[in-house]
Design a protein around this ligand. Sequence first.
Ligand code: DC
Length: 232
Amino acid sequence: MSSDKIIIAIDGYSSSGKSTMARRLAKTIGYRYIDSGAMYRAVTLYAMRHALINPDGTVDAPRLETALPEISIDFKVDGDGQQTLLNGEIVENEIRTLEVSNHVSPVAAIPAVRHALVKMQRAMGETKGIVMDGRDIGTVVFPHAEMKVFCNATPERRAERRFKELTEKGATVTYEEVLANVMQRDHIDMTREESPLRCADDAVMLDNSAMTIDEQNDWLLNLYRSITGKKD
Ligand code: DC
């Protein structure tokens, strides 16, 4: 069966707006959208619930590694959005808390966790027609993706967006806490040994600090059209 569908990899810093525009592009062009960060968050939630995070914030990596075969992650399309399922339970809200954000980077730095999730992500892309966002999608998961974007914005701008998102959901956090979390995650994501966050050589860079969501969406759709020659 021949298909002219492609793989679209959108990487970048935390809260750089990549998920919003990736989800929108997928909807516009009829592709499946996968938020790979949600998968790392779901594993983190599992670890928190099973006391695999030590009191000092480090992760009990050997025990988490042993538990990996018991963790299943799925996505369910729900209207305009998407729900993340952890072992069949919808955990979309639970995985977005600041507590999960505070523990996710050390979990995502564990090689066995990355190998397991990368394997699942590659399986999801087998039939193409997918937009996946994350940190290592264009470098590790799909190094041959036909379209790659690397997104960035200033830490302050990203913290502002994340703070707005969290407080709109009723969370009681301060802007300073969110900024500290954004900067700490940048540091861990960029300096970890296994698949550190970096821009693929063949990715198109986008700094969206001064862009509105509509401007980002248009920019991404135009890039897709110029790569595929399609008008949809
Ligand atoms: O995109 P996000 O903020 O929801 O991602 C949560 C964490 O997961 C982030 O701190 C880094 C990690 N992550 C990763 O290491 N690789 C990915 N492909 C996606 C996310």
